[in-house]
Design a binder for this molecule. Structure first.
Ligand code: PGA
Length: 251
């Protein structure tokens, strides 16, 4: 797979201002060795309150920022208590937004129709979208996992999806469990997603993998054809660990 690999640190509901400052100072001091070049794009996805704070820290560094969600109701503003719009995220310094994460579906009952609207809102503001898709354990065991993903893609993506949408294949059973999908499973699903989506995408399509990515498996996963990057949760929280993961991918 050619092009830069995307490594996204999904911090979920972790880190205070103090912890973020400590993380970035450590990460940057390691990073100064300047080994990161054309191979990798590192994206941090902190919780909302940290977005602008983090952005100011990394102004002169080649990192990007992603939000973990955005409102489906309006791309701008309105009476939607607790929501945050794509325009606000852009204003705060985001380049990307994650949508459709399985934790949003599980705890907030998000539907594919809402996710579709979130994607449209984000694209209107020129935010890149990381759309998470993945089957649960029962769907895998019942051998329905491909059908499930096709349905999600159909319901979430409009026909004119651009290169600004990255697909993240995240099997639900692999998230936060320490049990990543096997290399064969990842290969099968990335090829399947590539085939299923390529008609919708004019040129390049990035499909990244997420679910218990760590130092031991990151490099091998990234060597699989059609894997364009990684969505990393737990293993992105510690600066040394995350630095080593990125460095390994680079090297
Ligand atoms: P994990 O999380 O790496 O901790 O499994 C990945 C994700 O939820 O994006």
């Amino acid at each position: 797979m050619t092009g830069k690999k995307l490594i996204v640190a999904n911090w979920k509901m972790h880190k205070t201002f103090g912890a973020t400052e400590e993380f970035i100072n450590n990460f940057v001091s390691l990073y100064k060795v300047n080994i990161f070049s054309k191979q990798v794009e590192v994206v941090f996805a902190p919780s909302y309150h940290l977005i602008n704070f983090l952005k100011n820290f990394i102004t002169n560094l080649p990192f990007k920022i992603s939000a973990q969600d955005c409102s489906s109701f309006s791309e701008n503003e309105g009476a939607f208590t607790g929501d945050i719009s794509a325009a606000m995220l852009k204003d705060a310094g985001c380049d990307y937004v994650i949508v459709g994460h399985s934790e949003r579906k599980k705890y907030h009952k998000e539907t594919n129709q809402q996710i579709r609207q979130k994607i449209l809102n984000a694209l209107k503001l020129n935010l890149k979208v990381i759309l998470c898709v993945g089957e649960n354990l029962q769907e895998r065991e019942e051998n329905k996992y491909k059908d499930v993903l096709l349905q999600v893609l159909d319901e979430c993506l409009s026909d004119q999806i651009t290169e600004d949408v990255v697909i993240a294949y995240e099997p639900v059973w692999a998230i936060g469990t320490g049990k990543a999908a096997t290399l064969d499973q990842i290969k099968e699903m990335h090829e399947f997603l590539y085939e299923s989506c390529s008609a919708r995408f004019a040129k390049k399509l990035k499909i990244i993998y997420g679910g218990s990515v760590n130092l031991d498996n990151a490099k091998q996963i990234l060597q699989i054809d059609k894997v364009s990057g990684l969505l990393v949760g737990g293993a992105s929280l510690n600066p040394d660990g995350f630095y080593n993961l990125v460095k390994m991918v680079e090297g």
